[in-house]
Design a protein around this ligand. Sequence first.
Ligand SMILES: Nc1ncnc2c1ncn2[C@@H]1O[C@H](COP(=O)(O)OP(=O)(O)O)[C@@H](O)[C@H]1O
Ligand SMILES: [Mg+2]
Length: 220
Amino acid sequence: MLNLRHVSYAFGTYWVLKNLSFQVEPGGFTFLFGPSGAGKTTLLRLLHGSLSLQRGAASVAGFDLASLNRRMVPRLRRTVSVVFQEFKVLPHKTVKENIALPMLVRGIPKAQMERRTNAICRVLRLEKRMHLACRGLSGGEQQRVAIARAVVTNPKLLLSDEPTGNLDEELSTRLLEIFKQFNQFGTTIFLATHNRRLIDLVPQAKVLVLDEGRLEQECG
Ligand SMILES: Nc1ncnc2c1ncn2[C@@H]1O[C@H](COP(=O)(O)OP(=O)(O)O)[C@@H](O)[C@H]1O
Ligand SMILES: [Mg+2]
């Protein structure tokens, strides 16, 4: 699902990622663990096509990043979903409209859209919120809407950057349960965090440790 060989990335002359090589198998659950400033967000932005590959080779869900041009980025993003810390739900749209958006973009038939939206709202316990505008929801609820929107299209790969950054312990634990559930349904999960506690919640996960742009070790 992910295959990186000798990937390095610099902002100007400052090398943020240094010679990274690793692989993630389809169906896996992987943490990218490291302190703030380690380069986690930069790596995820590369994998999602919002930064261009400078050095090395990388493929993401079958897309070769070295030959990825602007026109292919939307296709990559239909295969690979992201949930970032600053979850961007559309505040004036309802929960249901926010979740339906990626299906609307893909031209999924209305009846199927309805079915999937209802199902995902059940899983994420948002049924009672479906018709409310997102601006009225709590942070945790908005985060769940962002996750619902990211997984409602059954992405092959879910990239997530500090998804629990703004949540309390209990909600973080619940979110991790939800990620595990989607992982069991077949979505490959790649989750960046500086929070050790999250890693302990998924004992079967693989852990890549990033420090000052270098991959330190693999465990799990
Ligand atoms: N757009 C940018 N321009 C210059 N430096 C950046 C930029 N984005 C990130 N950095 C630097 O790259 C390093 C890694 O940042 P980041 O990938 O955000 O790490 P993390 O997500 O692990 O906290 C930091 O030192 C940060 O200041
Ligand atoms: Mg970051």
